[in-house]
Design a binder for this molecule. Structure first.
Ligand code: GLY
Length: 328
């Protein structure tokens, strides 16, 4: 007998195959028609990245694609020599090499990533070309550099005098100890939704200062440093990558939203999970998440106080303090 249950199942499959957005809006419990004014929107980890959300907004306000917005946004700190944790000017590893990690994801679930990339100012744009121009998702080290050079990127010295001086000073003691909220910025993770409800995410970093040579953090790993699912929303992480890698934190946030959680609840769940699993490391290290759901609602939360974020929505670009698990 063709029961109501089978009818619903077949309709659901039909809806999925047809990619019918209205169908999803009616039938998926975690979706509803977005508040029209909530979109477009761009969110980024850390207050100084208001410059990044401003660049993303230019694309979004002109009716552009979220993917272009997150690429344009994250290129801002990548090129900023004052930002010592992303791209040009990033602090080097313990041997004095600036090594970069980045990933990007579009509304179709396509993804690209580079890790342990040297000498290229815009790893996020290399990651995008990995996504668009290769059959792969991730390129690393020498191979990523070779690919970038073949695609016309310029080979550059990314170690600034400031970063070199910080490294020289670090070498005096050579203590391998990350600091919480150093200069109140770290990795940039960004999620945006455009006027056509397309969602994209990007994440880029020079990683932990004075790390071991070859160390790769969470930022280029899809599901760890960043993850988006166009049916649900997106999330990105900042802080000590090792703790995010072990928990696939951004994926966890998106899956919590898929189960119906508000983005704020979803980021709190991920932070609490990390703190419960790694209580000792959590005392000394920061991890923070930002999240956006398809309705344009957002969340942000860190283990420790001091994590902030930039949000461009309803024509206003603002910095907000995120809540924290451990408070003052
Ligand atoms: N979250 C950046 C890193 O740990 O490399």
């Amino acid at each position: 007998m063709y029961t109501r249950r089978k009818f619903f199942r077949d309709s659901l499959i039909g809806g999925i195959l047809a990619g019918n957005a209205d169908f999803w809006l009616k039938n998926a419990p975690y979706l509803s028609k977005p508040d029209k004014d909530a979109l477009p929107v761009a969110i980024a980890t850390w207050g100084p990245n208001v410059k990044a959300t401003a660049a993303a907004w230019e694309v979004l306000a002109a009716g552009g694609r979220a993917l272009d917005a997150v690429e344009a946004g994250t290129r801002v700190p990548e090129a900023d020599p004052e930002d010592t944790s992303v791209g040009y000017g990033g602090f080097p590893d313990r041997d004095g090499h600036v090594t970069l990690d980045a990933c990007i994801m579009d509304e179709f679930g396509n993804a690209g990533s580079v890790s342990f990339l040297e000498h290229i100012m815009h790893p996020i744009s290399v990651a995008r070309l990995v996504m668009e121009k290769t059959p792969h998702v991730m390129l690393s080290g020498e191979g990523a550099l070779q690919f970038a050079l073949e695609r016309g990127f310029k080979q550059e010295n990314l170690l600034t005098d400031t970063a070199r001086a910080a490294w020289e000073e670090w070498k005096m003691k050579a203590e391998y100890k990350p600091k919480i909220n150093v200069e109140r910025h770290d990795t940039i993770g960004m999620v945006a939704i455009d006027m056509k409800h397309r969602i994209a995410g990007a994440c880029t970093t020079s990683g932990m200062a004075f790390k071991m040579r070859g160390r790769v953090g969470d930022s280029p790993i899809l599901g760890a440093g960043m993850f988006v699912d166009n049916e649900v929303g997106g999330a990105a992480a900042t802080g000590l990558g090792e703790m995010v890698l072990r928990t696939l934190g951004s994926f966890l946030v998106v899956e919590e939203m898929r189960r119906g959680a508000h983005p704020q609840k979803a980021v709190e769940t991920a932070v609490k999970r990390i703190a419960r699993k790694y209580p000792e490391q959590s005392k000394e290290n920061q991890v923070g998440f930002i999240a956006l759901d398809k309705k344009g609602r957002h969340g942000a939360f860190g283990i420790h106080q001091g994590f902030n974020y930039a949000l461009y929505q309803r024509g206003e670009n603002k910095v907000f303090e995120a809540g924290s698990l451990l408070g003052k």
